[in-house]
Write a protein that binds this ligand. Structure first.
Ligand SMILES: [Fe+2]
Length: 153
């Protein structure tokens, strides 16, 4: 006859939450195809950072920089075209991140070694906060409200 175990004797399978793997890393859907595609690609590149060999690190960092630059330019075009009122402040956020990535690239080119995990955590935190504060309102505006604007004469 099988004896039942007390709760304290049972082995508990613990599920890792995404925040325990890389805080702030996760896929969000804003129901805006171009923005979702760019955000998910950026997340995938960030996910690869700790897996890279040292020789590949600079190349992937360059790709992250290029993807971010193109994607930011696209969001900025969306904002300018629709006269979205958060354009200036949102662009400052983009420019700040690009400057940070530029300095990271320069450090690597100068022979410094950078912690892939630290960079990943920093970028994931930036992305999470940026998406909530700036990208979500933009996607919401583009999906719903932009089409209700009166055409300017
Ligand atoms: Fe943005």
């Amino acid at each position: 006859m099988m004896k039942s175990l007390k709760a304290s004797e049972k082995t508990t399978l613990r599920k890792l939450g995404t925040s325990e793997i890389a805080p702030n890393m996760g896929l969000k859907y804003f129901e805006h195809a171009a923005m979702d595609r760019a955000h998910h690609k950026f997340t995938a590149l960030l996910g690869a950072l700790p897996l890279l060999k040292k020789e590949a690190f600079g190349h992937v960092l360059e790709q992250i920089f290029q993807e971010a630059k193109e994607h930011f330019a696209q969001e900025e075009r969306f904002m300018q075209t629709t006269a979205f009122d958060q354009y200036a402040a949102h662009k400052v956020e983009h420019d700040t991140l690009l400057a940070e990535l530029e300095s990271c690239k320069a450090n690597i080119a100068a022979g410094e070694s950078i912690s892939a995990v630290d960079l990943q955590l920093k970028m994931c935190a930036w992305q999470d906060s940026h998406q909530q504060k700036w990208d979500y309102p933009l996607a919401d505006f583009l999906r719903c409200r932009a089409s209700w604007h009166e055409a300017s004469a």
